[in-house]
Design a protein around this ligand. Sequence first.
Ligand code: GLA
Length: 763
Amino acid sequence: MPIFYDAKNKSFTINTPNSTYAMYVTEYNLLTHLYYGERISDGADLTYLRHNSGVGRSLTYNEITYEDYEMKGHAKFCPHALRQEYSVFGIGDFRTPCLVGRFADGSRAIDLRYHDHKIIDGKPALEGLPAVYLNEGDKAETLVITLKDSAFELYVELYYSIIEGHDQIMRSERIINKTGKEFFIESALTLNLDIHKKDFDAITFYGKPNNERYVERTPLRHGKISVDSTAGSTGHFTNNSIIICDNNADEDKGECIGATFVYSGNFVTTAEVDHVGRTRLTMGINPTGFCWKLEDGEGFTTPEVILAYSNKGLGTLSNGFHDLIRYNLCRGKWKDSRRPVLINNWEATVFDFDEDKLVEIATDAKEFGVEMLVVDDGWFGHRDWDNTSLGDWYVDKKKLPNGMEGLCKRLNDEGVELGVWFEPENISEESDLYKAHPDYCIQIPGRGPMRNRWELTLDLTRKEVRDNIFEQMKKVISSCPIRYIKWDMNRNITDAYSLSLPADRQGEFYHRFILGVYDLMERIVQEFPDLLIENCNGGGGRFDAGMLYYSPQIWCSDNTDPVHRFKIQYGTSLIYPVSTMGAHIAYAPNINTFHHTSVFTRGVTAMAGTFGFELDPMHETETTKKEMALMSELYKKHYFTINHGDYYRLISPYEAQPVTVSRITAWEFVSKDKNKALFSMVQMDNVNDGGDLYVKLKGLDPDKKYKLHMYYENRHYKIKPFTPWIEDKDFGEYTGEILMKCGLHLNIFRGDNMAALIEIDAI
Ligand code: GLA
């Protein structure tokens, strides 16, 4: 049994293949944490780890007598001294609390004690929330520990689920009010993890629109390191994941603990070092602006946190997250099937297109391997710019005189599929929907709402609003064979308020809004199970595990310049698999940065994602089109290794390297059976005569022999203009051992941002 309860010691142990998580119940029925780390053999008694540090001036639980305190050393039962399994506010644990609440009498002290527990087969779904699910044949177990307040009938069920073969623990809680009166939840974080150690680094993600999920690593120190969002979504500025790791941990070694939130609204995650050098890691819904009224008899479920441990560094931690997310969080046909190579018309045309133009783009792009055209923003209402028509999801006959059906037919006749952009959550004031239902948007009576890109947000907490949008979307999607939708959301939430909620429930708005988004997405998923959905939020502003439950891919960033994409995708890959990262070959020079990079470099970067195009073929030369065709071909050839293999970050684009040596970034995909691998690198900064490069590969079978074939860019100073061209050549045969221990021997290229791709096949 991977989860077991030792009745004698009143301890719980959860074993995954490579980790053990343990807790126990003290003589005062306090549930405290014992251990989270490397796998311990079955049957080991870890309760000797229970001693907690003193705090000086200890607070004691009410029932502890003077004698117990003085004679039996029970001072250690101070709430602030205990390593709590689930932290609460109000009785003397002064670190970050998970649960803060107010009883009907106005009091805020909560004192939770062990009540009972059960171990069940499987993993219960979380109603209305995205969560890790089981595939047919998956074996799973869930431990449910119920805590109860010492004075009132307030219960908290703690859920811990594990799936055979996976190293993650899925955490969530259900807070149940049986007090006979209302209870106001003022904070309900999901994760509490008290670790008896402080020497960790925290890895978090920061960014902004166009530059999401840059990696920041910093040592923990006394006090808190916290990242959060109050934007109503996960946001561009942070991501709802955190890793804490040994100070010397790297891709291959060191203890790492990672957590990612299966949620798409306001969040907070905090790593806090206390006065005696212990770390508390918390994660959950951001309490800022949150207050949930729980009536007697009601329950509140916190969204899920996926928690993982690795003692083999960040690479193993990431690959574990990737496998779970790919197969037990992403759903539907597209988690396994190869996604179509698409071309999106946004960077090509913005709002200025018509049926002929779209068909022309698709027909030309077909020549370089494109299988689907995505009509981005501007096909509906009379949307010629971004200040109008959101909410009017019917075709603009000026642009598409034959409707979506007419466009679809012409594309399908060319052998190209159709995809369509929507922004279901927002509304333009200049729209028929707004004229008919001005009350549908989020607004506070008497206060003009903030506009964001001239958009207001629909009050999706209301069913009638969701119904309206669902019906409109359904009509479009079922009008012809639409195979894909891009689900965009181009603003942050402000003026959080619903006309349908009473004053004492307005604190529920942000969470209810996200539940409304999930409900709408679920209805679309159920209605169109084979539809491929790509999520987007002004680029990558809602890149989170919650969204991946509905859409197996998310547009990673509006920044399509590989010079920045290396860093964005590298950061994203610490938690999320490449199969989830929307990535396209766009124009050169790039429309945002004006950096000029070759098709090959853009292609190699887009191959570390879902691969597609974002340009007008009309501006391409015969040569660049041929190169694009080659990139599509290479992607299609290797998609299985890319999407279903292991991913290795070999050389970080963040690493400062000696300035006299050319800087490179490199990554590698290896199929699970180790028969195929694909090495990619980009030389970011060329230093002339910068020396030879040796890059050690990872994940291969040391005993297998591999045949290497290289695609690379050549450029010679005597051949003008100095435009690189793509060549390919056999690159030798080596054993896995040699490739992993001695490394690939590569020459320096002549030029910045030049790429190489090496196919590695077992012979
Ligand atoms: C957002 C998306 C873009 C594009 C535009 C359309 O910015 O990130 O890819 O779809 O909206 O308005």
